[in-house]
Design a binder for this molecule. Structure first.
Ligand SMILES: Cc1cc2nc3c(=O)[nH]c(=O)nc-3n(C[C@H](O)[C@H](O)[C@H](O)COP(=O)(O)OP(=O)(O)OC[C@H]3O[C@@H](n4cnc5c(N)ncnc54)[C@H](O)[C@@H]3O)c2cc1C
Length: 422
Protein backbone atom coordinates (compact mmCIF):
# COMPACT_ATOMS: atom_id res chain seq x y z
CA UNK A 1 0.00 0.00 0.00
CA UNK A 2 1.28 3.48 -0.89
CA UNK A 3 1.07 6.37 1.61
CA UNK A 4 2.42 9.91 1.56
CA UNK A 5 3.55 9.66 5.17
CA UNK A 6 4.23 6.63 7.36
CA UNK A 7 4.82 7.34 11.03
CA UNK A 8 6.49 4.49 12.88
CA UNK A 9 5.53 4.55 16.57
CA UNK A 10 2.54 6.02 18.37
CA UNK A 11 4.13 7.37 21.54
CA UNK A 12 3.98 11.15 22.12
CA UNK A 13 6.30 11.87 19.16
CA UNK A 14 4.37 9.77 16.62
CA UNK A 15 0.91 10.84 17.80
CA UNK A 16 1.95 14.48 17.94
CA UNK A 17 3.31 14.30 14.36
CA UNK A 18 -0.03 12.84 13.22
CA UNK A 19 -2.06 15.43 15.17
CA UNK A 20 0.00 18.30 13.79
CA UNK A 21 -0.33 16.94 10.25
CA UNK A 22 -4.10 16.80 10.73
CA UNK A 23 -4.06 20.40 11.90
CA UNK A 24 -1.58 21.89 9.45
CA UNK A 25 -2.17 19.76 6.40
CA UNK A 26 -5.40 17.73 6.51
CA UNK A 27 -4.97 16.49 2.95
CA UNK A 28 -1.62 14.93 3.82
CA UNK A 29 -3.06 13.52 7.03
CA UNK A 30 -5.61 11.69 4.93
CA UNK A 31 -2.77 9.79 3.26
CA UNK A 32 -0.88 9.11 6.49
CA UNK A 33 -0.51 5.78 8.27
CA UNK A 34 0.75 5.25 11.81
CA UNK A 35 2.34 1.86 12.52
CA UNK A 36 2.57 0.69 16.13
CA UNK A 37 4.21 -2.49 17.43
CA UNK A 38 2.00 -2.74 20.53
CA UNK A 39 -1.68 -2.17 21.27
CA UNK A 40 -2.89 0.83 23.28
CA UNK A 41 -3.07 1.16 26.17
CA UNK A 42 0.44 -0.33 26.16
CA UNK A 43 3.02 -0.49 28.95
CA UNK A 44 5.70 2.22 28.73
CA UNK A 45 8.44 2.59 31.28
CA UNK A 46 8.35 6.26 32.32
CA UNK A 47 8.00 8.45 35.41
CA UNK A 48 5.21 10.27 33.57
CA UNK A 49 6.34 13.70 34.80
CA UNK A 50 4.84 16.39 32.53
CA UNK A 51 6.22 19.94 32.60
CA UNK A 52 3.98 22.90 31.52
CA UNK A 53 5.17 22.64 27.90
CA UNK A 54 3.12 19.44 27.52
CA UNK A 55 0.03 21.53 28.09
CA UNK A 56 1.29 24.34 25.84
CA UNK A 57 1.68 22.00 22.87
CA UNK A 58 -1.53 20.05 23.42
CA UNK A 59 -3.75 23.05 24.12
CA UNK A 60 -2.70 24.59 20.80
CA UNK A 61 -4.19 21.49 19.20
CA UNK A 62 -7.40 22.01 21.19
CA UNK A 63 -6.63 19.14 23.58
CA UNK A 64 -6.96 19.19 27.36
CA UNK A 65 -4.86 16.38 28.81
CA UNK A 66 -6.39 16.81 32.23
CA UNK A 67 -8.87 14.29 30.81
CA UNK A 68 -6.15 11.70 31.51
CA UNK A 69 -5.91 10.49 35.16
CA UNK A 70 -3.08 12.44 36.80
CA UNK A 71 -1.50 13.63 40.02
CA UNK A 72 -0.36 17.22 40.43
CA UNK A 73 2.94 17.20 42.29
CA UNK A 74 2.84 19.86 44.99
CA UNK A 75 6.60 20.56 45.27
CA UNK A 76 9.58 18.91 43.57
CA UNK A 77 12.49 18.73 46.04
CA UNK A 78 15.97 18.83 44.52
CA UNK A 79 18.28 17.40 47.14
CA UNK A 80 21.78 16.16 47.91
CA UNK A 81 22.46 14.04 51.01
CA UNK A 82 19.20 14.95 52.73
CA UNK A 83 19.11 18.70 52.07
CA UNK A 84 17.95 20.84 49.18
CA UNK A 85 15.21 23.13 47.95
CA UNK A 86 11.65 22.89 46.57
CA UNK A 87 10.75 23.97 43.07
CA UNK A 88 7.60 24.48 40.99
CA UNK A 89 7.25 24.95 37.25
CA UNK A 90 3.68 26.19 37.72
CA UNK A 91 2.32 28.68 40.22
CA UNK A 92 0.03 26.10 41.82
CA UNK A 93 2.00 22.86 41.52
CA UNK A 94 5.42 21.54 40.51
CA UNK A 95 4.53 19.34 37.53
CA UNK A 96 1.89 16.81 36.57
CA UNK A 97 2.31 13.01 36.63
CA UNK A 98 0.44 10.71 34.24
CA UNK A 99 0.65 6.97 33.62
CA UNK A 100 2.01 6.54 30.14
CA UNK A 101 -0.34 3.70 29.17
CA UNK A 102 -3.25 6.08 29.81
CA UNK A 103 -1.65 9.21 28.36
CA UNK A 104 -0.40 7.54 25.17
CA UNK A 105 -3.70 5.65 24.74
CA UNK A 106 -5.60 8.94 25.02
CA UNK A 107 -3.29 10.61 22.50
CA UNK A 108 -3.75 7.71 20.07
CA UNK A 109 -7.53 8.13 20.41
CA UNK A 110 -7.18 11.79 19.43
CA UNK A 111 -5.23 10.71 16.34
CA UNK A 112 -7.96 8.24 15.34
CA UNK A 113 -10.64 10.87 15.91
CA UNK A 114 -8.97 12.95 13.23
CA UNK A 115 -9.40 10.13 10.78
CA UNK A 116 -5.79 8.87 10.80
CA UNK A 117 -5.36 5.11 10.89
CA UNK A 118 -3.12 3.52 13.52
CA UNK A 119 -2.16 -0.02 12.60
CA UNK A 120 -1.51 -1.59 16.01
CA UNK A 121 0.24 -4.89 16.78
CA UNK A 122 2.28 -4.31 13.63
CA UNK A 123 6.03 -4.38 14.05
CA UNK A 124 8.38 -2.82 11.56
CA UNK A 125 11.00 -5.42 10.73
CA UNK A 126 12.96 -3.83 7.90
CA UNK A 127 13.19 -0.56 5.97
CA UNK A 128 14.44 -0.23 2.42
CA UNK A 129 14.98 2.83 0.31
CA UNK A 130 13.16 2.79 -3.03
CA UNK A 131 12.94 5.23 -5.96
CA UNK A 132 9.68 6.54 -4.53
CA UNK A 133 10.68 6.79 -0.86
CA UNK A 134 10.89 4.01 1.68
CA UNK A 135 9.45 0.48 1.79
CA UNK A 136 8.42 -0.34 5.34
CA UNK A 137 8.36 -4.09 5.94
CA UNK A 138 6.17 -5.15 8.86
CA UNK A 139 4.72 -8.25 10.44
CA UNK A 140 1.53 -7.40 8.48
CA UNK A 141 2.93 -6.72 5.06
CA UNK A 142 4.90 -4.06 3.24
CA UNK A 143 3.81 -0.40 3.17
CA UNK A 144 5.36 2.27 0.96
CA UNK A 145 5.81 5.83 2.15
CA UNK A 146 7.09 8.92 0.36
CA UNK A 147 8.21 10.04 3.83
CA UNK A 148 8.84 7.94 6.94
CA UNK A 149 8.87 9.45 10.42
CA UNK A 150 11.03 7.63 12.95
CA UNK A 151 8.99 8.07 16.15
CA UNK A 152 9.86 4.57 17.26
CA UNK A 153 11.84 5.46 20.38
CA UNK A 154 15.45 5.06 21.42
CA UNK A 155 15.95 1.58 19.97
CA UNK A 156 13.87 2.27 16.87
CA UNK A 157 14.68 0.88 13.44
CA UNK A 158 14.00 3.98 11.34
CA UNK A 159 17.11 5.67 12.73
CA UNK A 160 19.21 3.14 10.84
CA UNK A 161 18.34 5.01 7.63
CA UNK A 162 19.98 8.16 9.04
CA UNK A 163 23.80 8.06 8.99
CA UNK A 164 25.25 8.40 12.52
CA UNK A 165 27.74 11.14 11.56
CA UNK A 166 30.73 12.05 13.72
CA UNK A 167 28.69 13.03 16.77
CA UNK A 168 26.28 10.23 17.65
CA UNK A 169 23.81 11.08 20.42
CA UNK A 170 24.71 9.43 23.74
CA UNK A 171 22.37 6.97 25.42
CA UNK A 172 21.33 7.50 29.03
CA UNK A 173 20.24 4.54 31.11
CA UNK A 174 17.28 4.51 33.45
CA UNK A 175 15.72 2.01 35.82
CA UNK A 176 12.31 2.29 37.41
CA UNK A 177 9.80 0.57 39.68
CA UNK A 178 6.41 1.29 41.26
CA UNK A 179 5.48 0.67 44.91
CA UNK A 180 2.54 1.43 47.19
CA UNK A 181 2.64 5.05 48.46
CA UNK A 182 3.72 3.94 51.95
CA UNK A 183 6.49 1.44 52.67
CA UNK A 184 5.42 -1.71 54.53
CA UNK A 185 5.06 -1.20 58.33
CA UNK A 186 5.75 2.57 58.47
CA UNK A 187 4.24 5.80 57.20
CA UNK A 188 6.26 7.41 54.41
CA UNK A 189 8.38 10.37 55.45
CA UNK A 190 7.76 12.03 52.07
CA UNK A 191 4.70 14.26 51.81
CA UNK A 192 2.08 12.44 49.67
CA UNK A 193 2.08 14.88 46.77
CA UNK A 194 5.75 15.85 46.78
CA UNK A 195 8.40 14.53 44.39
CA UNK A 196 12.11 14.12 45.13
CA UNK A 197 15.00 14.34 42.68
CA UNK A 198 18.08 13.46 44.70
CA UNK A 199 21.65 13.95 43.39
CA UNK A 200 23.30 12.11 46.33
CA UNK A 201 24.78 9.39 44.10
CA UNK A 202 26.65 11.83 41.82
CA UNK A 203 30.03 11.37 43.56
CA UNK A 204 29.61 7.57 43.26
CA UNK A 205 29.37 7.84 39.47
CA UNK A 206 25.64 8.31 38.75
CA UNK A 207 25.52 11.16 36.24
CA UNK A 208 22.07 12.26 37.27
CA UNK A 209 19.70 11.60 40.12
CA UNK A 210 17.38 9.15 41.84
CA UNK A 211 13.71 10.05 41.93
CA UNK A 212 10.48 9.39 43.76
CA UNK A 213 7.24 10.67 42.18
CA UNK A 214 3.67 10.27 43.41
CA UNK A 215 1.48 8.48 40.88
CA UNK A 216 -1.96 6.91 40.64
CA UNK A 217 -2.74 3.46 39.27
CA UNK A 218 -6.41 2.49 38.92
CA UNK A 219 -7.27 5.27 41.38
CA UNK A 220 -4.77 4.03 43.99
CA UNK A 221 -2.01 6.31 45.28
CA UNK A 222 1.37 4.74 44.46
CA UNK A 223 4.96 5.92 44.11
CA UNK A 224 7.26 5.71 41.13
CA UNK A 225 10.99 5.34 41.88
CA UNK A 226 13.93 5.39 39.56
CA UNK A 227 17.54 6.14 38.74
CA UNK A 228 18.63 8.37 35.84
CA UNK A 229 22.25 8.06 34.67
CA UNK A 230 22.95 10.31 31.68
CA UNK A 231 26.54 9.16 30.98
CA UNK A 232 27.18 12.51 29.29
CA UNK A 233 30.83 12.81 30.35
CA UNK A 234 33.55 10.17 30.38
CA UNK A 235 34.25 9.49 34.03
CA UNK A 236 34.09 6.58 36.48
CA UNK A 237 30.70 4.90 36.13
CA UNK A 238 28.76 3.32 38.95
CA UNK A 239 28.33 0.02 37.08
CA UNK A 240 24.93 -1.59 37.59
CA UNK A 241 22.14 0.78 38.67
CA UNK A 242 20.43 -1.95 40.71
CA UNK A 243 22.48 -1.42 43.90
CA UNK A 244 21.82 2.33 43.62
CA UNK A 245 18.08 1.71 43.37
CA UNK A 246 18.30 -0.79 46.28
CA UNK A 247 20.06 1.74 48.51
CA UNK A 248 17.63 4.53 47.59
CA UNK A 249 14.64 2.24 48.30
CA UNK A 250 16.08 1.00 51.57
CA UNK A 251 16.48 4.57 52.87
CA UNK A 252 12.79 5.10 52.12
CA UNK A 253 11.79 1.89 53.93
CA UNK A 254 11.31 -0.50 50.98
CA UNK A 255 13.14 -3.70 49.97
CA UNK A 256 14.00 -3.58 46.27
CA UNK A 257 13.73 -7.38 46.01
CA UNK A 258 10.00 -7.13 46.76
CA UNK A 259 9.40 -5.19 43.55
CA UNK A 260 10.02 -5.49 39.84
CA UNK A 261 12.84 -3.23 38.59
CA UNK A 262 12.84 -2.49 34.85
CA UNK A 263 15.30 -0.56 32.72
CA UNK A 264 15.22 1.31 29.41
CA UNK A 265 17.66 3.72 27.69
CA UNK A 266 16.83 7.12 26.24
CA UNK A 267 18.69 8.90 23.47
CA UNK A 268 19.97 12.30 24.55
CA UNK A 269 19.98 15.44 22.48
CA UNK A 270 23.26 16.09 20.71
CA UNK A 271 23.14 19.35 18.73
CA UNK A 272 25.66 18.03 16.19
CA UNK A 273 23.83 14.74 15.59
CA UNK A 274 21.79 14.02 12.47
CA UNK A 275 18.01 14.33 12.68
CA UNK A 276 16.98 13.45 9.13
CA UNK A 277 18.01 11.90 5.83
CA UNK A 278 16.32 11.93 2.42
CA UNK A 279 12.69 10.80 2.90
CA UNK A 280 13.27 10.23 6.63
CA UNK A 281 12.62 12.45 9.63
CA UNK A 282 13.32 11.56 13.28
CA UNK A 283 11.25 12.70 16.26
CA UNK A 284 11.23 12.19 20.03
CA UNK A 285 13.59 9.65 21.59
CA UNK A 286 14.68 8.54 18.12
CA UNK A 287 16.09 12.06 17.64
CA UNK A 288 17.23 12.91 21.19
CA UNK A 289 15.73 14.44 24.36
CA UNK A 290 16.73 16.19 27.61
CA UNK A 291 20.18 15.28 28.96
CA UNK A 292 19.87 17.02 32.34
CA UNK A 293 16.72 15.38 33.70
CA UNK A 294 15.79 12.81 31.05
CA UNK A 295 12.59 14.75 30.36
CA UNK A 296 11.30 13.52 27.02
CA UNK A 297 7.51 13.84 26.87
CA UNK A 298 7.28 17.55 26.05
CA UNK A 299 10.21 17.43 23.59
CA UNK A 300 8.59 14.43 21.85
CA UNK A 301 5.37 16.43 21.43
CA UNK A 302 7.32 19.43 20.15
CA UNK A 303 9.25 17.35 17.61
CA UNK A 304 5.83 16.31 16.27
CA UNK A 305 5.10 19.86 15.14
CA UNK A 306 8.58 20.32 13.63
CA UNK A 307 8.30 17.04 11.73
CA UNK A 308 4.79 17.84 10.45
CA UNK A 309 5.89 21.28 9.25
CA UNK A 310 8.97 19.85 7.50
CA UNK A 311 6.84 17.19 5.80
CA UNK A 312 4.33 19.81 4.63
CA UNK A 313 7.18 21.88 3.14
CA UNK A 314 8.69 18.83 1.46
CA UNK A 315 5.44 18.04 -0.37
CA UNK A 316 4.90 21.68 -1.28
CA UNK A 317 8.39 22.04 -2.75
CA UNK A 318 8.58 18.46 -4.00
CA UNK A 319 11.96 18.20 -2.26
CA UNK A 320 12.30 15.26 0.11
CA UNK A 321 15.93 15.75 1.11
CA UNK A 322 15.00 17.18 4.56
CA UNK A 323 18.32 19.01 4.43
CA UNK A 324 17.11 21.84 6.69
CA UNK A 325 15.19 19.78 9.26
CA UNK A 326 18.18 19.65 11.63
CA UNK A 327 18.55 23.43 11.42
CA UNK A 328 14.87 23.95 12.14
CA UNK A 329 15.14 21.64 15.18
CA UNK A 330 18.13 23.59 16.51
CA UNK A 331 16.48 26.97 15.89
CA UNK A 332 13.17 26.00 17.52
CA UNK A 333 12.35 26.87 21.15
CA UNK A 334 12.57 23.20 22.15
CA UNK A 335 15.82 22.70 20.23
CA UNK A 336 17.44 25.67 21.94
CA UNK A 337 16.24 24.42 25.32
CA UNK A 338 17.54 20.89 24.65
CA UNK A 339 20.92 22.28 23.55
CA UNK A 340 21.18 24.23 26.81
CA UNK A 341 20.26 21.12 28.76
CA UNK A 342 22.94 19.07 27.00
CA UNK A 343 25.58 21.68 27.92
CA UNK A 344 24.22 21.92 31.49
CA UNK A 345 24.32 18.14 31.94
CA UNK A 346 27.96 18.01 30.83
CA UNK A 347 28.86 20.83 33.19
CA UNK A 348 26.96 19.41 36.16
CA UNK A 349 28.40 15.94 35.64
CA UNK A 350 31.94 17.32 35.66
CA UNK A 351 31.20 18.84 39.07
CA UNK A 352 30.47 15.61 40.93
CA UNK A 353 32.69 16.54 43.88
CA UNK A 354 30.54 16.44 47.08
CA UNK A 355 31.71 19.92 48.07
CA UNK A 356 30.49 21.41 44.78
CA UNK A 357 27.26 19.41 44.91
CA UNK A 358 26.55 20.72 48.41
CA UNK A 359 27.22 24.23 47.18
CA UNK A 360 24.70 23.83 44.33
CA UNK A 361 21.85 22.10 46.16
CA UNK A 362 22.34 23.52 49.67
CA UNK A 363 23.64 27.03 49.24
CA UNK A 364 22.61 28.21 45.76
CA UNK A 365 18.87 27.47 45.85
CA UNK A 366 17.64 30.78 44.31
CA UNK A 367 20.18 30.62 41.47
CA UNK A 368 19.68 26.91 40.80
CA UNK A 369 15.88 27.27 40.88
CA UNK A 370 15.98 30.23 38.48
CA UNK A 371 18.43 28.46 36.15
CA UNK A 372 16.32 25.30 35.95
CA UNK A 373 12.87 26.88 35.63
CA UNK A 374 13.75 29.90 33.51
CA UNK A 375 16.85 28.97 31.51
CA UNK A 376 16.84 25.20 31.00
CA UNK A 377 13.09 24.71 30.64
CA UNK A 378 10.70 27.64 29.99
CA UNK A 379 10.55 27.21 26.20
CA UNK A 380 6.75 27.13 26.13
CA UNK A 381 6.24 30.92 26.07
CA UNK A 382 8.37 31.15 22.92
CA UNK A 383 6.18 28.72 21.00
CA UNK A 384 4.24 30.53 18.29
CA UNK A 385 0.50 29.88 17.88
CA UNK A 386 -0.50 27.34 15.26
CA UNK A 387 -2.16 28.80 12.19
CA UNK A 388 -5.93 28.38 12.03
CA UNK A 389 -7.03 25.28 10.16
CA UNK A 390 -6.66 25.79 6.44
CA UNK A 391 -8.95 23.85 4.13
CA UNK A 392 -8.39 24.44 0.44
CA UNK A 393 -11.56 25.93 -1.04
CA UNK A 394 -11.51 23.60 -4.05
CA UNK A 395 -11.23 20.51 -1.91
CA UNK A 396 -14.27 18.46 -1.03
CA UNK A 397 -13.97 17.87 2.74
CA UNK A 398 -13.00 14.30 3.47
CA UNK A 399 -13.40 12.30 6.66
CA UNK A 400 -10.06 13.54 7.94
CA UNK A 401 -10.86 17.14 7.05
CA UNK A 402 -14.27 17.01 8.69
CA UNK A 403 -12.65 15.58 11.79
CA UNK A 404 -9.97 18.26 11.64
CA UNK A 405 -12.61 20.98 11.33
CA UNK A 406 -14.07 19.82 14.59
CA UNK A 407 -10.84 20.75 16.39
CA UNK A 408 -11.43 23.92 18.38
CA UNK A 409 -9.37 26.95 17.38
CA UNK A 410 -6.02 27.22 19.16
CA UNK A 411 -6.70 28.70 22.54
CA UNK A 412 -4.84 29.93 25.57
CA UNK A 413 -3.86 27.52 28.28
CA UNK A 414 -6.74 26.72 30.66
CA UNK A 415 -6.82 29.34 33.41
CA UNK A 416 -6.70 26.65 36.09
CA UNK A 417 -3.08 25.90 35.25
CA UNK A 418 -1.18 29.14 35.42
CA UNK A 419 2.52 29.10 35.04
CA UNK A 420 4.89 31.04 37.23
CA UNK A 421 5.98 32.63 33.97
CA UNK A 422 2.54 34.03 33.06
C1 LIG B 1 12.43 4.96 33.20
C2 LIG B 1 12.08 6.19 32.42
C3 LIG B 1 11.49 7.27 33.07
C4 LIG B 1 11.16 8.43 32.36
N1 LIG B 1 10.54 9.45 33.02
C5 LIG B 1 10.16 10.55 32.33
C6 LIG B 1 9.40 11.58 32.96
O1 LIG B 1 9.05 11.49 34.15
N2 LIG B 1 9.05 12.67 32.22
C7 LIG B 1 9.40 12.79 30.90
O2 LIG B 1 9.08 13.81 30.28
N3 LIG B 1 10.10 11.81 30.27
C8 LIG B 1 10.46 10.70 30.94
N4 LIG B 1 11.13 9.69 30.28
C9 LIG B 1 11.43 9.86 28.86
C10 LIG B 1 10.17 9.57 27.99
O3 LIG B 1 9.59 8.36 28.40
C11 LIG B 1 10.55 9.48 26.52
O4 LIG B 1 11.38 10.57 26.19
C12 LIG B 1 9.28 9.52 25.64
O5 LIG B 1 8.55 8.35 25.83
C13 LIG B 1 9.65 9.66 24.18
O6 LIG B 1 8.51 9.50 23.39
P1 LIG B 1 8.61 8.86 21.92
O7 LIG B 1 7.25 8.98 21.34
O8 LIG B 1 9.76 9.43 21.21
O9 LIG B 1 9.00 7.33 22.14
P2 LIG B 1 8.19 6.16 22.85
O10 LIG B 1 7.29 6.70 23.88
O11 LIG B 1 9.21 5.16 23.24
O12 LIG B 1 7.29 5.56 21.69
C14 LIG B 1 7.85 4.80 20.66
C15 LIG B 1 6.74 3.92 20.07
O13 LIG B 1 7.27 3.23 18.95
C16 LIG B 1 6.81 1.90 18.97
N5 LIG B 1 7.78 1.08 18.24
C17 LIG B 1 9.08 0.85 18.58
N6 LIG B 1 9.65 0.04 17.69
C18 LIG B 1 8.71 -0.24 16.76
C19 LIG B 1 8.70 -1.05 15.58
N7 LIG B 1 9.79 -1.74 15.18
N8 LIG B 1 7.56 -1.13 14.86
C20 LIG B 1 6.45 -0.43 15.25
N9 LIG B 1 6.40 0.35 16.35
C21 LIG B 1 7.52 0.43 17.10
C22 LIG B 1 6.76 1.55 20.45
O14 LIG B 1 5.90 0.46 20.70
C23 LIG B 1 6.26 2.87 21.05
O15 LIG B 1 4.85 2.91 21.15
C24 LIG B 1 11.46 8.53 30.97
C25 LIG B 1 12.05 7.44 30.32
C26 LIG B 1 12.35 6.28 31.01
C27 LIG B 1 12.98 5.13 30.29
Amino acid sequence: MQYDVIIVGSGPAGSSTALHLAHLNPRLAERTLVIERDKHPRHKLCGGGCVPEVEVILSRLGLDYREVPHVDVDWAWLTFRGRGFPLRFNRDFAFRVVRRNEFDGWLADQVRRRGIEIKEETRVTKLERTDEGVAVHTTRGVFHGRVVVGADGTSGMVRRLVPEGDHPAPLARLVELVTPADPPHVRSTVKDDDAILDFTYMPEGVQGYVWSFPTKIAGLRMRNWGVYDSRTVPRKSVGSLRPVAADWMEKAGYRLDDYHLEGHPIRLFEPRARFAAPNVVLAGDAAGVDATFGEGISPALAYGELAARAIGDAFERNDFSFGSYGKSVLASPVGRSLSRRTHAARLLNRMSNPFVQKLIWWRMAPVARWYITKVLFNWGPQVKPLPALHIRPEAVPTGAEKAAEAIPAPHARPAAVRSERD
